[in-house]
Write a new protein. Structure first.
Length: 181
């Protein structure tokens, strides 16, 4: 696995530090609005599940965790623009404070669709925490309240991010050697 990585972008320790900072910011920002009822963390399977699991443990408020599965990438490296809901939320989010935890914002097509869909369910608030935001030339205009790292427009894997379902379990984030895909 490690031999397929051209360059490490963020080490395990750097990710842990940044996720702790993000959790701290979320705890402060939601302390008043969400003290009693807490927030609903929503992650988009499968990539964001690892990030959400770590982020949730850095938020010192009641947190519900829920999951959605959408398809946009297939097994390849390019976004198809087609978004389908494969698995919907289990909870009702009407009137709740919803925070979507995303692994990476690339074209933004997936998230754009998802946010429209979620906001039609009338949450009390709807925000996005993305671990990575790619410097993609054409990105949907999405207001991410929490961004972990900016990253280059290359194909990256690790810490939840896959190529053809592999590399999700790398503890760091790195650029995949182009000859692999
Ligand atoms: P978007 O719709 O183009 O923003 O794509 C978002 C989804 O594509 C992310 O949640 C990832 O699952 C996947 N993705 C985008 N860029 C990468 C990458 O560099 N490596 C692995 N997965 C990626
Ligand atoms: Mg994904």
């Amino acid at each position: 696995m490690h031999d397929d990585i051209a360059q490490v972008l963020f080490t395990e320790q750097e990710i842990a530090n940044r996720v702790r900072e993000m959790g701290g910011a979320i705890t402060r920002d939601y302390a008043d609005v969400a003290r009693g009822e807490g927030i609903v963390l929503v992650s988009v399977l499968r990539g964001a599940a690892i990030f959400m699991a770590d982020l949730a443990r850095q938020i010192e408020l009641p947190v519900e965790m829920d999951y959605m599965a959408v398809s946009s990438y297939g097994n390849g490296a390019k976004s198809s623009g087609v978004v389908r809901i494969l698995k919907d939320l289990s909870s009702q989010i009407e009137g709740r404070h919803v925070l979507v935890a995303e692994d990476i914002l690339d074209s933004g097509l997936t998230l754009n669709y998802l946010l429209k869909n979620l906001s039609s369910r009338k949450p009390a608030s709807l925000e996005v925490a993305t671990l990575l935001r790619k410097q993609t030339p054409a990105q949907a205009d999405i207001n991410c309240r929490y961004v972990g790292f900016e990253c280059p427009d290359e194909f990256i894997v690790g810490y939840g991010l896959d190529y053809a379902e592999r590399y999700r379990n790398l503890p760091y984030i790195g650029v995949l050697k182009p000859e692999i895909y």
